[in-house]
Design a protein around this ligand. Structure first.
Ligand code: ADP
Ligand code: MG
Length: 340
């Protein structure tokens, strides 16, 4: 007599959902990434009570066809990958086809959407993975997701959520990163009825930095623009005198995706060696463009980490980019002094 059960589909689904959806900010990340992949120019994000009771992500992207709506909520259903070869060349933020399946398994979800080629839109409702309704909806091209009562059907999970303020702060921090990684998109972020962040989508990284970190921070930056072989490094770094006691302001983006990268931090700090005190750290917002062949984003569902198939070109490019920018920053200062 054996002891092994095959879990029923419902439980298996809840477990799988837990991999992708940990807290409100994970939901917002997935939904906003979908909006960006859909080519949206304007994205509005709204949360209430830290996102635990209400989250809304509205975009003016391509929308979802009526015939695709139910499919979009199946696990491993995606319009972004067709063959195994595509996995080597991922240019979209999503590709696993897991987010909508996961989010809808652990919340009450409503989506209103219309594809640009359709006359009439659709409103689909799904709760805890169970379909409620699919109806016609009059709406402009684009997609609006409303997620209510995250984890209402898994009390064990909801107990692990932090206080609403902490969850809301996590969403805010995420919004900062997203806004910085996509200056070409106009974002509005509303928290408990108050608009707390707005960008204009003019495509300029400095405008996005200004919106997120404020005028004083943006004013004191040195531009970086450098290409070494196939790796391009663009963005802004702090003047050595504006260094900080921690690494919190080191932001790296690879091919439009916010990432944590030790290689990036190490290269950045190596380039500042000798110009700042030990125990102080530079700030940076650096966008890297690297060939898809030298990174592997297929590491974790949350995809915050990337693996470099070869770290050296990335390290070297960042190091030289920053070093060059710092030197030019110095020269500019000297010119400035001479003029005075
Ligand atoms: P993935 O992003 O990995 O493809 P998701 O579960 O996040 O998987 O989404 C499933 C599919 O639903 C996407 O591939 C896309 O076709 C569609 N979709 C999701 N969100 C949007 C959106 N905001 N606009 C247009 N299509 C969307
Ligand atoms: Mg997705």
């Amino acid at each position: 007599m054996g002891v092994i059960n095959v879990l029923d589909k419902h439980i298996a689904e809840l477990i799988a959902a837990g991999e992708v959806v940990e807290r409100p900010s994970s939901v917002i990340k997935e939904l906003v990434e979908n909006s960006i992949d859909a080519g949206a120019k304007n994205i509005t994000v709204e949360i209430k009570n830290g996102g635990t009771t209400f989250m809304r992500v509205a975009d003016d992207g391509c929308g979802i066809y009526r015939d695709d709506i139910k499919k979009a909520f199946l696990r491993h259903a995606t319009s972004k990958v067709k063959t195994a070869n595509d996995l080597d060349m991922i240019s979209t933020l999503g590709f696993r086809g897991e987010a909508l399946a996961s989010i809808s398994a652990v919340s009450r979800l409503q989506v209103i959407t219309k594809n640009e080629n359709e006359e009439i839109g659709s409103c689909y409702e799904i709760e805890g993975g169970d379909e409620i309704s699919l109806e016609d909806a009059g709406c402009p091209t684009g997609t609006t997701f409303v997620i209510r009562d995250l984890f209402y059907n898994i009390p064990a999970r909801s107990k692990f959520l932090k206080k609403d303020v902490a969850e809301g702060n996590a969403v805010s921090a995420l919004m900062d990163k997203i806004v910085l990684s996509h200056p070409e998109v106009a974002f509005t972020f509303i928290r408990d009825g108050k608009q707390v962040l707005r960008t204009f989508g003019d495509g300029k990284l400095l405008s996005a930095i200004y919106s997120v970190f404020g005028k004083d921070f943006a004013k004191g930056l040195i531009p970086v623009d450098y290409t070494l072989d196939s790796v391009t490094v663009k963005g802004y770094i702090s003047k050595p005198i504006n260094s900080r006691p921690n690494r919190n302001m080191q932001n790296f983006f690879i091919n439009g995706r916010f990432v944590k990268t030790r290689t990036g931090m190490a290269a950045l700090e190596e380039a500042y060696k000798g110009s700042i005190m030990v125990g102080k750290f530079p700030s940076a917002v650096l966008q890297l463009t690297v060939p898809y062949g030298i990174i592997d984003v297929n590491v974790h569902p949350a995809k915050i980490e990337v693996r470099f198939i070869n770290e050296r070109p990335v390290f070297d490019a960042i190091y030289h980019a920053v070093k060059t920018a710092l030197q030019q920053g110095d020269e500019r200062k000297q010119i400035h002094f001479k003029e005075n």
